[in-house]
Design a protein around this ligand. Structure first.
Ligand code: GLA
Length: 726
């Protein structure tokens, strides 16, 4: 049993394999947070202290007892208007600007299995794998009921949280702020780890001390964004990859979000994650309910590596769905960096021919095949095939690609419209624009109003028409701007538009996955601008970045690995000099880097020499041999690519029977000291053989001292060593 309820139904303990989480509805019915950390037993109520502290206000029920204040007691779900002056997890507006909400415990339920959320993605698990705890709280005014949801997957040390808010008043109320997870720590010195970035340089690692201030990350772009990934880690000061306590929060949502952490006046730390508060004010009619998106939480007492493994395994097995979840992904050739939008049908068939000759599995036709789409000023929204440009019908193209023994993939960007399109000319109000103002453009396109069902329906229908022209094996779902003009031409209330937009997006994706269960969908947003657990529920892989330079990618993939498995990371080999930053790297290095993701190519093979083509054939063969290990093994960060002469990482199969060491040189010097790559995750006491050289190494020495790398000569050399246990 993961969930135990004691003390007359008021002490709630959640145990996972290695962690314990505890909370208690106290004598006033206030839900206090008692503990989250290494597994332990018993009541942790002894941790609470009470004192009459200056300027600490007291809830009315305490009478003359001034030692009880929510301004310093650790809370499970703090609200505004109770005397807790720290950041609230919930602000409800009851009309006339009244936002006092004082939630008290009402009842609870425990059941096997994991809760699901209406219209939203969420972690899923079987009855045997998970349990659910629901704690129902009521505002003392009687105007709102709040259900705190906890999902537990004990084996993975995962606890998920979500919140349902029901209007039990006679009038409309508004949800002004809701943070799906709040975590109060009574004591401890922490660092906050976050992942910031920009287009073509996503998820850079940042570690800052938690101080007496609130540090916030978030996105007000309507998407999870390139700028901050919706995941953060609170790590004890001394925490490293392999030691120390650390807590993760990861949002299962693809729209605007907000995360914060800070120390209060008594050196207690609060950490929160939830919806972006700006441009959000959700009206609820009497009886209506609001569902806050889910946060995945995990604690590791043995460093960041275990924390990442917990999150990666959770995403891989309990967020990603469908046929492709457990399958090695096809090696693809994508037309984007080969032709951009400047191609015809013969070019695409020639690409397919090359892909087949090189041993690839799939040809993907990227942007430019529809409407009048020859540059990015026109065509989005017009999802009909440009037969003139293709020199034939889509059906025929699909047929010929399949004839070459390849799968066929297609690019779409369903949420967007160009002003120069038939769709916009016919339905200008389908775009989000503010009346009386010129819209703010991004990549010269506008965002369609996916908060409206008729818009979602119409685009769904037009895209399905194309998908039904033949077997489309793969779809790349792109999204190439931020939302600025938050305005729906039919909504009575603009405060709900951004959230409803995301529901519309998820509805579309859900329908698509139901209708085409065999189709592999890859998410994308100018690369990794919507790389989040919400999208991964529908698209088991996401194009990680528009930056295909292997060296920048090492850093982007390093940051990504903190929360996401390699099987989700869309990663391709492109030509040199690289088309984003001009860097020149060996083809082997590009191959090794891209192999640590789904793998494919983004180039025109016709510009390659015969030697390069041979190298690509060999690369694909090797990738196919290693793909299971990479997709389903555990990922080890062996060095920090932001700091040091090399980047090293490894995959180890779950049964520890094989491992793959990857090493890329970042710097060269004359007469350089030897680099030893120190392994982790091997079976202690065992010996491993290098499948290429036949050399045998003792696992403990590999983990204690490491493997000496050959002296580097020339820029960015790379090496891959495949080890099998003997
Ligand atoms: C985005 C994607 C690219 C490509 C282009 C097409 O930038 O990230 O991979 O599909 O759009 O316009």
């Amino acid at each position: 049993m993961a969930i135990t309820v004691q003390e007359n139904g008021r002490l709630f303990t959640i145990d996972t394999k290695n962690t314990t989480y505890q909370m208690k509805a106290d004598r006033y019915g206030v839900l206090l947070h008692l503990y989250y950390g290494r597994r332990t037993a018993g009541s942790m109520e002894y941790l609470l202290t009470y004192a009459d502290r200056g300027y600490a206000c007291n809830i009315y029920d305490t009478g003359r007892d001034r030692t009880y204040s929510l301004d310093f007691l650790p809370q499970e779900f703090p609200t505004s208007g109770t005397g807790d002056m720290r950041s609230p997890a919930l602000i409800l507006e009851y009309g006339n600007g009244i936002d006092a909400c004082d939630l008290r415990f009402d009842h609870y339920t425990v059941r096997d299995g994991k809760y699901a959320l209406k219209g939203l993605p969420a972690v899923y698990a079987s009855e045997e794998e998970a349990q659910t705890l629901e704690i129902v709280m009521k505002d003392i005014s009687g105007m709102a009921e709040v259900t705190l949801l906890y999902g537990v997957i004990p084996e993975l040390d995962i606890i998920t949280r979500s919140v349902l808010i029901r209007n039990t008043a006679e009038e409309e109320i508004r949800v002004e702020k809701v943070m799906s997870a709040n975590l109060d720590q009574l004591t401890g010195k922490y660092d906050l780890i976050t992942f910031y970035g920009r287009h073509t340089m996503e998820r850079n690692f940042q570690r800052t001390p938690v101080a007496h201030m609130e540090q916030c990350i978030g996105s007000r772009r309507g998407t999870s964004s390139h700028q901050y990934n919706p995941m953060m880690i609170l790590a004890e000061k001394e925490t490293t990859e392999t030691a120390g306590g650390c807590y993760a929060m990861q949002f299962v949502y693809s729209g605007g979000f907000s995360g914060n952490a800070g120390k209060d006046q008594y050196d207690q730390t609060r950490m929160q994650m939830g919806l972006m508060q700006e441009k959000f004010s959700y009206p609820l009619a009497p009886g209506e309910e609001f569902t806050a998106p889910e946060v995945i939480m995990s604690f590791s007492g043995t460093g960041l590596e275990t924390l990442s493994h917990n999150l990666q395994d959770c995403i891989r097995k309990h967020v990603c769905r469908g046929k492709w979840r457990d399958q090695v992904r096809p090696v693809l050739l994508n037309s984007w960096e080969a032709y951009y939008m400047d191609f015809d049908g013969a070019d695409i068939l020639a690409l397919a021919e090359q892909a087949a000759l090189l041993g690839m599995d799939m040809l993907v036709l990227d942007d430019g095949w529809f409407g009048k789409r020859n540059d990015d000023y026109a065509g989005l929204g017009d999802w009909y095939v440009n037969e003139e440009k293709l020199g034939g019908k889509m059906k025929e193209l699909i047929y010929w690609v399949h004839r070459k023994g390849l799968k066929f993939g297609l690019w779409v960007e369903p949420e967007m419209v160009n002003e120069d399109s038939d769709l916009y000319r016919e339905h200008p109000d389908w775009a989000m624009t503010i009346p009386g103002r010129n819209p703010v453009r991004g990549r010269h396109q506008l965002v369609l109003d996916f908060s409206r069902k008729e818009v979602v329906d119409a685009i769904f229908e037009s895209i399905c028409k194309v998908l039904d022209m033949g077997t489309v094996d793969y779809l790349k779902w792109d999204y190439n701007r931020s939302i600025v003009d938050v305005y729906s031409h039919t909504a009575k209330d603009q405060g709900k538009v951004l959230y409803d937009y995301i529901l519309g997006l998820y509805d579309f994706l859900e329908r698509l996955t139901q209708r085409y269960p065999d189709m592999l969908i890859e998410g994308c947003s100018g690369g990794g601008g919507r790389f989040d657990a919400g999208m991964l529920y529908y698209t088991p892989q996401i194009w990680c970045s528009d930056n295909t330079d292997a060296i920048d990618r090492l850093r982007i993939q390093y940051g990504t690995s903190f929360g996401y498995p390699a099987s989700c990371v869309g990663s391709h080999v492109s030509i040199c000099p690289n088309e984003q930053n001009g860097r020149v790297t060996p083809l082997a290095t590009r191959g090794i880097t891209a192999m640590s993701g789904t793998f494919g190519y983004e180039l025109n093979p016709e510009v390659l020499s015969e030697e390069e083509k041979d190298e690509i054939r060999a690369q694909i063969r090797r990738r196919n041999e290693l793909a299971e290990l990479i997709h389903f093994g555990s990922y080890y960060r062996l060095s920090d690519p932001f700091d040091g002469e090399c980047s090293a990482w490894a995959f180890v199969s779950k049964d520890r029977s094989e491992a793959l060491i990857n090493h890329v040189n970042l710097e060269i010097h004359g007469n350089r000291p030897v680099t030893y790559v120190r392994m982790r995750g091997l079976e202690s006491g065992a010996a491993y053989r290098d499948t290429e050289s036949g050399k045998v190494y003792p696992a403990d020495a590999l983990m204690q001292v490491g493997l000496p790398m050959p002296a580097p000569f020339g820029d960015y050399g790379a090496l891959q060593i495949h080890l099998v246990k003997i």
